[in-house]
Design a protein around this ligand. Structure first.
Ligand SMILES: C[S@@+](CC[C@H](N)C(=O)[O-])C[C@H]1O[C@@H](n2cnc3c(N)ncnc32)[C@H](O)[C@@H]1O
Length: 196
């Protein structure tokens, strides 16, 4: 399968961050991680409105995105926004064990279907996720559409459920009615996992 490149792409123009963040069940003091954050708009919105008493990590392996986020953080005095340039298929040494309440990935994991290393990502995230932590994923529904990645690299929710099941996670939430109106329903779904 051809490698799928998606540096510097943002969902900000076609997905409503409040529609997503309001469904995550955040209380306000959690440690939240936007993994594959791109421009970081979700991490920024999270620290401003959804975890104002917590911490938001914005992590991406694309240096220019993290540099821009550092500038934004400084200009806006967002002390609780921690930007990290790191590859999430590898161990993120800057983050301690059992540190994160929620790991969130928006339009990121189809890239790991394409590269075949979804398992590596989950293994690495296990170390930093608290025992009662959650992993929330927003992805393109697996429908043929000119919009988004090729259909063969879009994960169905059931595929993610079965992959996460192998790592001891169970699905606790699924909303398949998210995003843009498309030829066969909405463009996206939100799925949330926690340990069994
Ligand atoms: C389609 S963009 C989505 C960006 C952002 N989540 C959004 O929805 O606006 C995918 C992002 O994942 C990042 N990414 C891909 N592979 C990664 C990896 N192995 N480690 C960290 N970030 C990665 C890319 O650099 C890119 O910013």
């Amino acid at each position: 399968m051809q490698e799928h490149k998606h540096h510097a792409k943002s969902s900000i123009k076609f997905l409503d961050s409040d529609e997503i963040l309001s469904q995550l069940g955040l209380k306000g003091d959690e440690v939240f991680m936007d993994a594959g954050c791109g421009d970081g708009h979700i991490a920024i919105k999270a620290i401003q409105d959804y975890v104002p008493d917590g911490l938001a990590y914005a992590v991406d392996n694309y240096g220019p995105s993290i540099e821009e986020l550092d500038e934004y953080k400084e200009k806006n005095n967002l002390e609780n926004l921690i930007n990290i340039k790191a590859d999430i298929t590898q161990d993120i040494a800057q983050i301690e064990d059992n540190a994160i309440d929620m790991i969130f990935m928006l339009n990121v994991v189809h890239g790991f279907k394409s590269s075949g290393n979804m398992g590596d990502v989950i293994e690495k995230l296990l170390r930093i996720l608290k025992d009662d932590g959650k992993i929330a994923i927003v992805e393109f529904r697996p429908i043929e559409w000119s919009f988004g990645p090729p259909v063969e690299i879009k994960y169905a929710p059931s595929e993610l459920d079965s992959i996460f099941g192998r790592y001891g996670f169970k699905q606790i939430y699924l909303n398949e009615d998210l995003g843009l109106e498309g030829p066969e329903g909405k463009s996206h779904y939100l799925i949330i996992f926690e340990r069994e």
